[in-house]
Every structure is written in structure tokens, then in C-alpha cells.
Design a protein around this ligand. Structure first.
Ligand code: GZL
Length: 324
């Protein structure tokens, strides 16, 4: 109905009708000019994802956007199914966080043919056709990996011999996993003492991080640092390190990315040594971008979220006030 109300306004005030994206008569909002958004979420794999879902749902409510929400349980085929369902329902706009970077062109072309704009949030796609989505709102994952690597370089300055690093990667094929690895390797490459002796995906989950760390500990007697692509994997690694009779944060240092409550608690307790923030609070910006796109306003191709880093001391100071 969003489009019909816009036509009424245009007819009344002889305005030039601006593109409004969807075919308009969004099911579920008949008779209203509410925007209907179809959101295809990755899953519920981590504390970050839970906070991101909460942010999107609360922001939609605040913005008066009718949100249709799906959880793909980290399966690309489920996200594609959800996007197709939103196209069938003729929503006004589609937003999603692509679980992996590749394999989206076909379904995004279907959305474009249906004249439904798509907004990427959180993760990117590797499509060369930039007309398949209006904008990409999310973190700079290469920068996040670099910040983690810079900390290891600084912390290892006084090391006399090789520093053995193990890497627990995020979901295979996902933009954060690919880019965080790239940034971390870029940061440490100039220092020959720093060696990544093992690298494996923990799929951004706590259980995945624990299983991978157990294997690393079994096969590598002398691990100095863990670089985990998110807090949940780092928390799983802590369980494995303690079960092996070692002290996390001291015998084996841990650097992670996200800064969710459980990660920041471990950081303030000294079990994690450094955390790079990756903000899940994308909801307000997403709703604002959707409204601009549907009003035919131009939006930047890329919107990078602001984020910082935390030491153990800083975590102690801010823990009580962290929003997620
Ligand atoms: C990053 C996001 C990642 C988080 C993980 O923006 O896609 O996915 O770092 C989450 O915690 O599972």
C-alpha cells in the first residue's frame, strides 16, 4: 500500500513520482502506508547475532516499519528461500546479512526484476553487479583483523623467539572470516617472529571454538596466542584451554572480535587479552536507509559502522554500561 499512498500524494500535489522500490501493495499492510521490510537473518549462532536481531526488531518497531523476519540457521539455501518468499509477498524492501559472500546474483536479480530494493546489512556479497543492492551497511572487517594483528605485534615486541599463533576462523566463505584473516595477516606479515601455525573454522560458535581449540592443543604443544574471529569462539577456546590445565590470558593469550557482554566479561576477568569491537547495533541505520531508498533519495553505496577496541582495563571500566 506504500506505493498507492505515494501515488495519491503525487496526484494531489502534482509531485513527480519518485521511485519507491517495491511494487507497493505489500501484503500485511493493506490500507496503510507503512513500509514492509523482509529481513533474512543469518541465524542465532552467536551473542553478536542475537544482539543484531534485537536491534533490527526494536528499530523496526520504533520506525513504524512492518518487519517480516526469518532465521536461516546459517544456511544459504534458507536465506534464498526467505528472499524469494519476500518477493512473492511483494514487500517494499528486502534486507539481509549474507551468510557467505558468493551465490547471490540469481535471487538478487529476481528481486531487481520485481522492483524490490535490497539493502545488505552486516556482511557483504562478492557480486560484481553493484545494481543488485542499494547499499551495504556494516563493519570494515579487514580493519578489524588488522587491529587484532596490530595488538599481537605490539604485545610480542619483547618476545625473544617465535610466537606461535593459532587462528579460529569464522564461518567458511563469509565476508567477516575472509576479511578478518586478510587484515590480521597483513598486520603481522612484517614480523618474522609471528607465525600462524594452525587455522581452522569454528563457524562463529562457542562449541566450534572449543572443538577447534581442543584439536589445536592436541597437535601443537607450544601455543602462545589464539586469534579467534569472534568472542564466542574465544569463549569456547577458554573452556578447552582450562580443560587442558592451562591458564587462558596468561599461558595462552587470546584476542577476539565483537565485544559482546560475555566476551567483555572474560576480558575484564583476564581470560581474554584484547577485543576489537564489531557493533551489532545496525537497526536504526538500516531503517533510516530503507526509508531513504523508498523515498527515492540517494544513499551511499557503503555505510561503515563506527567501532573501537578494548583492553582488560577498559573492559573493567565499561562492562556495566555495555548495551549488549
Ligand atoms: C560480523 C558478524 C559476525 C560476528 C559473529 O559483522 O557477521 O557474525 O563477528 C557473528 O559473532 O556470528
Amino acid at each position: 500500500m506504500f506505493k498507492k499512498s505515494l501515488i495519491a500524494v503525487a496526484a494531489a500535489s502534482m509531485l513527480t513520482l519518485t521511485a519507491c522500490g517495491g511494487t507497493g501493495s505489500a501484503a500485511g499492510t493493506a490500507g496503510t502506508d507503512k513500509i514492509t521490510m523482509g529481513f533474512a537473518q543469518v541465524g542465532a549462532e552467536s551473542g553478536w547475532r542475537t544482539a543484531n536481531t534485537k536491534s533490527v526488531q526494536e528499530s523496526a518497531k520504533k520506525a513504524g516499519v512492518d518487519l517480516k523476519f526469518s532465521d536461516a540457521q546459517q544456511k544459504q539455501e534458507n536465506q534464498i528461500k526467505a528472499i524469494r518468499s519476500y518477493i512473492q509477498q511483494k514487500v517494499d524492501v528486502i534486507a539481509f546479512s549474507p551468510v557467505v559472500e558468493s551465490g547471490w546474483d540469481t535471487v538478487l536479480k529476481e528481486a531487481k526484476t520485481a522492483n524490490i530494493p535490497v539493502i545488505l546489512t552486516d556482511r557483504a556479497v562478492d557480486s560484481s553487479d553493484k545494481t543488485l543492492y542499494k547499499t551495504f551497511l556494516g563493519s570494515d572487517f579487514v580493519e578489524e583483523g588488522k587491529k587484532a594483528g596490530d595488538w599481537v605485534v605490539e604485545d610480542s615486541k619483547s618476545a625473544s623467539d617465535t610466537v606461535n599463533i593459532v587462528e579460529i576462523q569464522g564461518t567458511t566463505g563469509s565476508a567477516p572470516a575472509n576479511d578478518r584473516k586478510e587484515g590480521f595477516e597483513e598486520a603481522i606479515k612484517a614480523n618474522p617472529k609471528l607465525k600462524i601455525i594452525a587455522s581452522q573454522s569454528g563457524d562463529f560458535t562457542r562449541s566450534g571454538g572449543k572443538q577447534v581449540m581442543e584439536a589445536f592443543l592436541k597437535n601443537n604443544p607450544d601455543i602462545d596466542v589464539v586469534f579467534a574471529h569472534n568472542d564466542d569462539e574465544g569463549l569456547g577456546a577458554i573452556e578447552a584451554i582450562e580443560a587442558a590445565g592451562k591458564v587462558p590470558g596468561k599461558d595462552i593469550k587470546i584476542v577476539t572480535i565483537d565485544a559482546v557482554k560475555d566476551g567483555m566479561t572474560a576480558l575484564s576477568n583476564g581470560k581474554i587479552n584484547f577485543i576489537v569491537e564489531c557493533s551489532p547495533m545496525l537497526g536504526d541505520q538500516l531503517m533510516d536507509l530503507a526509508k531513504k531508498v523508498l523515498a527515492g533519495e540517494s544513499v551511499p553505496e557503503r555505510v561503515v559502522t563506527e567501532e573501537t577496541t578494548f583492553t582488560q582495563e577498559q573492559a573493567k571500566q565499561v562492562l556495566a554500561s555495555r548495551p549488549y
